[in-house]
Design a binder for this molecule. Structure first.
Ligand SMILES: NC(=O)c1ccc[n+]([C@@H]2O[C@H](COP(=O)([O-])OP(=O)(O)OC[C@H]3O[C@@H](n4cnc5c(N)ncnc54)[C@H](O)[C@@H]3O)[C@@H](O)[C@H]2O)c1
Ligand SMILES: [Zn+2]
Length: 374
């Protein structure tokens, strides 16, 4: 078992992260070992429940927990206040109180939503996260951000609420659709560029090796390294008040804009992939990038994994037409003005990134033009 630890503000909000092959089959015992007790509400979506719900429930019951299972429809559409209300009422009707325990089992959607419900129901009940997508294991589950979407925008309502414990079993990924693996890999590449140059070199040396799930040891190493990067960044700026946590948004200012212009019809990981290419070209144009070959190297890695690299060509394949002007407009009202200055995460070299608050509109426009098509 690999054990990591996230120091989140005060001691009481810090928590262990346990990674182990087969952990799902003994999660009940793991919870007991962590000193957790009480009635369990096990929240997942119907897909994850079909694949993994049974063995988790069994393991919990073997460890003496009584379990209330709640299955939600899969997909981003579930991450709403309406669904949160369904959960609150179900907890209340089944007598789960602050001595109970809420487990979120699933991808980022289930973890964000159930973490938010745990944070707010009775002003907070203990929460345990069991992420089952690559994206959730290395990103969504780590760092204590929970929340739901509004019709006006994603993640507009939420709370910082770290879990008591995170349980990560890489074998859960074997049922993941290949496209979801690749989407998660976009965030892993992001993590490598932000804070693990050695992992970045591994991707460079054989990109195709990462197109599908690697063997167990390699997978465990990948997860541990990507999680470690996120832990390091979050620990320096847990509540995102010092701007340091913002570096996790590498490729995301572009990426979110692509998602918005598409009406959220494109996969997030793909948007981040093309967004990172644009961000690396922008960094080069601003004279910040040390090795001007990095954008090309990044494209080779992304192509090897099966991720897109050029935003306009990729959007067209998804049936979306968009101009650079529309993309910049989608970055938000504060970023629309032609003469204005924009805020981006820029890269100096793999492992060294920072926030540039003063990027000229024209530089962004030029980076978009340069990375539109192959
Ligand atoms: N809180 C944060 O810091 C943070 C960070 C990044 C992303 N997020 C959020 O995460 C969400 C995206 O998460 P996601 O990509 O995991 O999406 P998701 O939760 O929708 O999962 C993707 C799909 O995979 C299925 N699935 C999950 N695990 C599976 C498994 N083991 N086998 C087979 N199918 C499985 C799900 O049912 C779903 O259909 C977004 O809402 C995003 O806002 C949050
Ligand atoms: Zn992301």
């Amino acid at each position: 078992m690999i054990q990591l630890y996230l120091r989140f503000l005060e001691r009481e909000r810090s928590h262990p992260i346990w990674l182990s092959t087969g952990l799902l089959d003994y999660c009940g015992a793991a919870l007991r070992e962590a000193g957790l007790e009480g009635m369990v509400a096990l929240v997942s979506d119907t897909i994850v429940a079909t694949y993994h719900g049974g063995r988790i429930r069994r393991s919990l019951e073997e460890a003496g927990f009584s379990v209330l299972e709640i299955q939600l429809p899969p997909g981003e559409g579930t991450k709403t206040l309406d669904t949160a209300t369904v959960l609150y009422r179900s907890l209340a009707q089944n007598g789960i109180g602050r001595d109970g325990l809420l487990i979120g089992l699933g991808g980022g959607v289930v973890l964000d939503l159930s973490g938010f419900v745990a944070a707010t129901y009775m002003r907070g009940i203990p929460f345990v996260g069991i992420p089952t997508t690559l994206l959730a294991m290395v990103d969504a589950a780590i760092g204590g951000k929970t929340g739901v979407d509004l019709p006006e925008g994603k993640n507009l309502v939420g709370a910082f609420y770290p879990p008591r414990l995170l349980l990560i079993d890489p074998t859960a990924l074997h049922t993941l659709p290949p496209a979801e693996w690749r989407n998660g890999m976009a965030e892993v590449i992001k993590a490598a560029l932000i804070g693990d140059p050695e992992l970045w070199q591994q991707f460079r040396s054989d990109p195709a090796r990462w197109a599908t799930i690697p063997e167990e040891g390699t997978l465990m190493d990948l997860l541990t390294r990507a999680i470690a990067v996120k832990i390091r960044v979050v620990e320096r700026d847990p509540l995102e008040t010092r701007g340091e946590r913002e570096v996790l948004n590498l490729g995301h200012t572009f990426g979110h804009a692509f998602e918005r212009v598409s009406g959220y019809r494109v996969p997030h990981g793909e948007a981040v992939a093309v967004g990172m290419v644009a961000a690396s070209v922008l960094s080069a144009q601003l004279g910040l990038l040390e090795d001007l070959d990095l954008p090309r190297q990044l494209e080779v890695v992304l192509e090897g994994i099966g991720l897109p690299t050029r935003w306009q060509a990729w959007l067209a394949r998804c049936g979306v037409d968009a101009t650079p002007e529309q993309v910049i407009a989608a970055m938000g009202t504060d970023k629309k003005r032609r003469g204005g200055r924009l805020r981006f995460v820029v890269i100096q070299r793999p492992g060294v990134v920072r926030v540039d608050k003063d990027v000229p509109y024209l530089a962004v426009h030029r980076a978009l033009e340069e990375t539109a098509h192959p």
